[in-house]
Design a protein around this ligand. Structure first.
Ligand code: HC1
Ligand code: SF4
Ligand code: SF4
Length: 571
């Protein structure tokens, strides 16, 4: 332990603690713009300066030392912080009233806290074009404050290296190499950079307008589906605590927005378990193309296509749950309802911006129609609800529509890392052994550890699974498999750390809150609660899945399934 004095108070902290963290222990919140817990810590913005002796030092990189005397609230400190923020603001495209991050902007918040009223240094401004060519992520460099949080996320957490600092001095900017558009780089569209950005310099490509147009077009039958993770985060946009379950209110809101049918992507997840489980058993029997790797995360799929093309054949050929459901809405459901599929518009509400890219992939279509027409993030849905003036918090709980509204606990846990594996094991075990799985909560695959492992015995044969979330972890797993250090039969990867609950389309939690709350844990808790509250918790017991096979698909991996529910990859 080390003992130091902050603003006259004695503080004892473990060695290695920064002054910023030590100050928090005595209730002092030092402002910062570049610091992001576990990700970015290099003192770039200098908003967090404190006085130590005659010097002003950045507290986010300053290690607490024995006998150190720190002052966080002197005239000199306040002046310095103000000057730093004023300089940032002087070269910032300040369009606060129309900015996508209005009211959720860390720069806005710090400026307000520091009582900045007028800018003393208004001067030259850099001019940069907006890059909106990517299907998922829009970059607005004139709003960038060069904190480096997105770069650290893309490089260290995801090991994708799509963006970096370019040029020097006043002209410094964050950009893909050679000033390319993000659309023409290795970017895998996870949107984790958006989650890291304190301002409006990075955001999702919005599709709200297109969806409003479809809803107001009387010729169109607009069908919406919602991903597992949306229901445990949407409430945050309306002031509810992190990890609040709002499934029923979400359904009610979607009806009030004017969607003709409200379906649940969890149904697609159940179906994925049937298709992917069967695929796994077939590959195990034949001993080929193992380990089988999950394919529901478009960020991960693109990562494999780009960085591990030799392993694309290990990817499951299953489309993602939302794409499967989209394909069925335009075939099975359209037939049942007697609607021309050309007049159906399918909208997916996802915690993800990568799904926008996925939705546009050519191969995810049938008879010339895309399976999913528009993807909206959780944030965009919240925006539409606000625009419509719906009092979300006081909505009644409503139920999804059928046939794609009935889903199981296995479907909902897809939203947290480890969930696909747990759901798959619940079903595969029972199908192979013919016995009932007693302990269906498979805790070995839960939690936020970067790489998890699990084994299950199926009629005397041990099947080994690995689970990774965050692509740096996925890369480690693949390297271990390639070197022969590890052997697995099944690998689940979600590109986003924590899985979809903390996907790039979810409500953005600021850096300060992220220091105190592990958002992944809180939202995952809600996911598992949701599972516990559902009457059916295994995908193969979903009555509508069973009926779908009887009426339409035949059996898992049938010819029809392959035609509608499976895909192929780019090498
Ligand atoms: Fe996901 Fe999935 S779990 S990929 O993370 O397999 O987006 O929630 O909808 O499709 O079901 C996302 C979440 C989601 C799909 C499912
Ligand atoms: Fe990197 Fe993901 Fe952002 Fe693309 S979306 S730049 S891969 S963090
Ligand atoms: Fe999208 Fe989920 Fe993959 Fe993140 S982990 S990119 S939210 S599918």
């Amino acid at each position: 332990l080390v003992k130091l004095t902050i603003d006259g108070f004695e503080v004892e902290v473990p060695k290695g603690t920064t002054v910023l963290e030590a100050a928090r222990k005595i209730g002092i919140e030092i402002p910062t713009l570049c610091y992001l817990k576990d990700v970015n810590k290099f003192g770039a913005c200098r908003v967090c300066v404190v006085e130590v002796g005659p010097r002003l030092l950045a507290s986010c990189t300053l290690e607490a030392e024995n006998g150190m005397v720190v002052k966080t609230n002197t005239q000199k400190v306040r002046e310095a912080r103000k000057a730093v923020v004023e300089l940032i603001l002087s070269n910032h495209k300040r369009e606060c009233t129309t900015c996508i991050r209005s009211e959720n902007c860390e720069l806005q918040k710090v400026s307000k806290e520091l009582n900045i009223r007028d800018l003393r240094f208004e001067g030259e401004k850099t001019h940069e074009d907006i890059d909106s060519a990517s299907a998922s992520v829009v970059r607005d460099p004139e709003k960038c404050i060069l904190c480096g949080r997105c770069i650290a996320t893309c490089s260290e957490v995801q090991t994708v290296y799509a963006i970096n600092f370019a040029r020097r001095g006043f002209k410094t900017k964050v950009s893909p190499a050679f000033n390319k558009s993000l659309a023409d780089t290795v970017c895998i569209n996870c949107g984790q950079c958006i989650m890291a950005c304190p301002v409006g310099a990075l955001h999702e490509k919005e599709n709200i307008k297109e969806v409003w147009m479809a809803i107001s077009n009387p010729e169109k039958f607009v069908v919406v589906q919602t991903a597992p993770a949306v229901r445990v985060a949407l409430g945050e946009e309306f002031g509810m605590p992190i990890g609040t379950r709002v499934t029923g209110k979400m359904v009610a809101a979607l009806r009030r927005l004017g969607f003709d049918k409200v379906f649940d992507t969890d149904f697609g997840a159940d179906l994925t378990i049937m298709e992917e489980g069967t695929e796994l058993l077939n590959r195990l029997n034949k001993g080929e193309r193992l380990p089988l790797m999950t394919s529901c995360c478009p960020g991960w799929v693109k990562f494999v296509e780009h960085y591990y093309p030799e392993m694309t054949e290990n990817l499951s050929t299953c489309k993602s749950p939302s794409e499967m459901e989209g394909a069925l809405i335009k075939t099975y459901f359209a037939e049942k309802m007697g609607i021309d599929p050309k007049n159906i518009v399918t909208v997916s509400i996802m915690p993800c911006v990568g799904k926008k890219f996925e939705g546009q992939r050519e191969e995810l279509s049938h008879n010339g129609l895309q399976d999913v027409d528009y993807v909206l993030t959780t944030r965009e849905l919240a925006q539409m609800i606000k625009e419509a003036g719906i009092d979300f918090v006081n909505l009644p709980d409503e139920e999804f529509d059928n046939p794609f509204g009935e889903s199981t606990g296995a479907g909902v846990i897809f939203g947290a890392t480890g969930g696909v594996t747990e759901a798959a094991l619940r079903t595969i075990y029972e199908i192979v052994t013919g016995k009932e799985l007693e302990n269906i909560e498979i805790t070995a695959v839960r939690g936020v550890e970067g790489i998890k492992e699990a084994e299950i015995e199926l009629n005397g044969k041990v099947v080994k699974a690995a689970i990774a979330h965050g692509l740096a972890n996925a890369r480690r797993v693949l390297e271990m498999v390639k070197s022969g250090e590890k052997h697995y039969d099944f690998i689940e990867v979600m590109a986003c750390p924590g899985g979809c609950v903390t996907g790039g389309g979810q409500p953005i939690v600021d850096a300060k809150t992220r220091e105190r709350v592990d958002v992944r844990v809180e939202r995952a808790k809600a996911i598992y609660e949701e599972d516990r509250h559902l009457p059916i918790r295994k995908s193969h017991k979903n009555p509508y899945v069973i009926r779908l096979y009887e009426e339409f698909l035949g059996e898992p991996n049938s010819h029809k399934s392959h035609e509608l529910l499976h895909t192929h990859y780019v090498k």
